[in-house]
Design a protein around this ligand. Structure first.
Ligand SMILES: Cc1cc2nc3c(=O)[nH]c(=O)nc-3n(C[C@H](O)[C@H](O)[C@H](O)COP(=O)(O)O)c2cc1C
Length: 189
């Protein structure tokens, strides 16, 4: 079950935008993050939720998509995320979140996959502009953004070829291919 969820939990960047995700669903996903590990149990992460088209429209322009797909500027209107979770560090609790936001993101995305949803971690964010657009207090550092929706694309895992290229690519049918290194390459001893 976990194995299947992890294999299904790919980075999705095109969605059925008309399929909405309720704020209650986002709260359920954040609850999975809430129960996840945190360095020294400091729990500095805070969350900003967006589940309506107006707020989503304020977030989207500040995100960069799929750097390796240089001729693709990101999802068109109609294929954009229907919700977002911004992961923030409350600097009044801790100056650094360590790796907490990575762990929290995986919990949220696995929870989303279990609900038939999908998403993408976006770290390439215009943070100052996004903070201003949403009126987020400077006490909260924007760490990254999770884009969420009902996936509208197929993603296939491929072995990394002999040339060692790890760049993902999209084929003529629009299928997204993600090379993953072999287990034997990863385990060095
Ligand atoms: C820390 C981190 C930051 C990422 N930032 C972005 C981003 O800014 N934009 C984007 O389109 N994808 C981003 N991704 C998604 C990666 O490109 C994706 O995980 C990678 O291509 C492997 O695909 P997979 O998630 O399906 O295994 C990010 C992933 C991680 C873990």
């Amino acid at each position: 079950m976990l194995d299947e969820l992890i294999r299904r939990n790919r980075s999705y960047r095109r969605f059925h935008q008309e399929v909405s995700i309720s704020c209650e669903t986002l709260r359920e996903l954040v609850d999975l993050a809430r129960l996840s590990a945190s360095g020294a149990n400091r729990q500095p992460l805070k969350y900003f939720l967006s589940c309506d088209p107006q707020r989503n429209a304020l977030i989207f322009p500040h995100l960069a998509w799929a750097g390796y797909l240089s001729d693709w500027p990101g999802p068109v209107e109609g294929e954009r995320p229907s919700a977002y979770i911004l992961i923030l560090c409350d600097t009044q609790i801790s100056k650094s979140a360590g790796i907490d936001h990575g762990i929290a993101s995986q919990s949220i995305l696995l929870g989303a996959a279990e609900k038939g949803l999908g998403g993408c971690i976006i770290a390439s964010v215009q943070r100052d502009a996004l903070r201003q657009a949403l009126g987020i207090d400077s006490r909260y550092e924007i760490l990254h953004v999770l884009a969420l929706g009902r996936p509208k694309e197929t993603v296939i895992i491929e072995p990394v070829g002999p040339e060692g290229d790890i760049k993902y690519w999209r084929d003529a049918e629009g299928v997204h291919h993600v090379p993953k290194r072999s287990l034997d390459e990863l385990i060095i001893g």
